[in-house]
Each structure stands twice: as C-alpha cells, then as structure tokens.
Design a protein around this ligand. Sequence first.
Ligand SMILES: [Zn+2]
Ligand SMILES: [Zn+2]
Length: 436
Amino acid sequence: MKTREQLKEMAWKAIDDNKDKIIAFGDSIYKEPELGYKEFKTAEKIKKLFDELKYEYKDKVARTGVIANRKGKQSKYKVAVMAELDAVVVPGHEDACSTTGAAHACGHHCMMASLAGVAYALKDTGIMEELDGDISLMAVPAEEAVEIEFRNTLRQKGEISFLGGKQEFIKLGAFDDVDFMVMQHIKKKTDDTLADVSSACNGFVGKLVRYIGKESHAGAAPHEGINALNAAILGLNAVHAQRETFKSEDNIRVHPIITKGGTLVNVVPDDVRIETYVRGANAAAILDAAVKVDRALKSGGDAVGAETKIIDIPGYMPFNFSNELIDVAYDNMVKLCGEKYVNKWGAGFGGGSTDAGDVSQIIPTIHIYMSGAVGNLHTEEFRVGDKVHAYLTAAKALVAIAIDLLYDKCSIGENVKKNFKQQLTKEKYLKEWGKI
Ligand SMILES: [Zn+2]
Ligand SMILES: [Zn+2]
C-alpha cells in the first residue's frame, strides 16, 4: 500500500508528464469563450478528453454540464472536483468573441485546464485503486450571472429554474451522492502571495424591473402620457435613500443598470427596464434589503402613475466555511507553494458572489484562489500571467485535496464531515431559496 504522500507525488508526476496537453487544452478553451448555458463547444472539448481517457460520463446536465466518475477501491465517500465552463462579457477584450463579446476574462478556462489535469492524474496511475471513495469530475455551466433576460426565458420554458449551473446541479441531484466539493479560481496577482485558501463572499438576489407607462407625443401631448423613465429615475433615487439603513457588517451592495430607457426621443417612454442585484453577507440581510429595494422601486411608479413590475430571480448564497476542509487545503497549498506564499484566509471579504456558495450551504466546499492573473478580472486587461501556476499547480492542489479526503478509509474526510455545519438540506434549499 502506498502512503498518502506517495499517491500525491504520483498524481503530480502524471500532471507534469501531461503538461503540454493540459496547457493546450486550457488555451483552446480560452480561444473559444462561450456564455453560460450556451457552452456547447466547451462541453464538447471536455467530452473529447474524457473519451480519449476512456472515462464514462454524463453530458447535457443542466444543458451543457458534463460529469465523469472515477471509482475507488470502495465508495465510502465521493469528492466532486469542479470546473466552470462559461465566460463573461467583455467585448473590448482582445481575445473576445467577435459576435457575442464573450471573453475568458474571469479565467474559467484555467479551471477547465485544472480539471483536465486531475483527469490525467487519475488515468492508469493506480491512485484510484488506493482510495476508499470516488472522485467525480464536474464541468458545470453558467457561473457568471449574466444575460438575466435570456436565462429568464429559459426559466419560463422550464429548461432551468436558477441563474447558476451549480444551483441547477443541486436541483437535478448531481450532488445527491457527493460528500465534498473542491474547486479553485484564478485571482489577480498583487503581491508575492500564490494562493488564498479561503475568502468570504456575498450572496445576492437578482431583480428584473419594468416600469409600464403610457406613450404619447413628447412635444405635442406629454400631458396624455405616463413617463416610465421618470418613474425609473424616482425609483432609483429612492433606492439610494435606503443605503444609510444598511449595516456595514451585512456588506449590502445594490447596483442597478437601466437596460432600456426609451425608444424614440419624441415619444414619452412607456417601457423602461432595470436589472439589479441585491448583494449581502447573509441570507437574512439580503432578503431585508430586497424588501426595501422593492418598496423604493415601486414608489417611483406610484409617483407618476406607472405600473411597476418586479421579477425576483434566485441569486447565489453567501459562503459557508468548513474550517477542517480549509485546513486540508491549506496544508496542500503550503506543500505546493511554500508557507510564506500561502494566505489561509485570503484578502478578507470579497464583494462578489459565486454559486459555489450555494453548494457550501449543503456540503463541505473549498474554493481556493490561485494568484496568476495580470489585470483585474472581468476587464479588458485580464490575462493569465503564469499558466504553470494557474493550470498545473491548481490541478495538483485539487487532486491532492481529493486524495487526502479519501485515503485511509476516508479518515480525514470523516473528520471534515463530522465537523461540518450544514446550513440547509437540499430540500430546504430548493424550498426556501428556489421560491424567490
Ligand atoms: Zn467572474
Ligand atoms: Zn469566475
């Protein structure tokens, strides 16, 4: 029987041996960015790799998701190693898709490369035969909560219920037999730090707002119209008047945009649309702020006699930490990067959101940030500065954590599970969050 550390060395060697293929795979995904729930080509690429490795997989999970499974010598627990398929919209990025404006400016292609690395590490290396649990390789759609109107259309057609792919995975039962979720994400390199093991992040709800007024000639007969743009302006200002009531520890952020402001300048606008998120550090604070935002938005419509329609869309939940899983990840990051380059608790509170937060409410989840990007995420400046770190070291970290959780009758995994404070069961999650 091999030791825990020998298994990791074997996995890391397999990743190094397949270095060129892993880098080519990540680069190929970078070159063809696709937006959430439309990642058909990206899904084909990971399926092709699984085919080459002769891994069985399930595809079309939540439209584009792909899940392969590797069996251990027994199946006590299952670790899901997760990567996101989707890109974000940054039309000015030099590598953006010319038709959709999609670009891998959030670095999800690095996650896909790391998933490929884990896939190579588990192929004919004898590692799975030494583990007491299974490893599931998951490529999940739609992490970026963008194109809310498009996704709302999918919701209305019954194709999806949630904005995010991991939320759909929860609903579809992809995590029903999964005990731990392990993933990583690139971050901008700002100092010597090579990895933030864990950072807190906000959750949010999404809102689609529509003011319906009455059109009329803007010069000749404005008195016969109802100006929906005025309603929106008053509503947005009323939202700003709520901000002093938000507690700083709740980290509430409300950042609306107008997606339709009118049609013709000489017609009183009768259809004005807004999209917004209401973000916050915990579910109760988000829901409280959401009530205030609704009230404020509606006051704009009431003031001018327009109708205010608000559709709520379940966003993402805040992160629920597993301290024991953070310890496991930290030890492995220190082995890979050196103690002085690893930041256990990251850079404090991140104002962004991820649907990994939803999974973390139900099962122990780790979401590591690997420094490797030049320029801010979601901007034209974003580039991957260090592919060896962002693709290969990331893969080594994920596989090492999975080995730790499943080795020796899953003793470490058992400790993580025992101490995990589950916030929601799947059923409660679907009932409470899904109802929004
Ligand atoms: Zn992003
Ligand atoms: Zn991202």
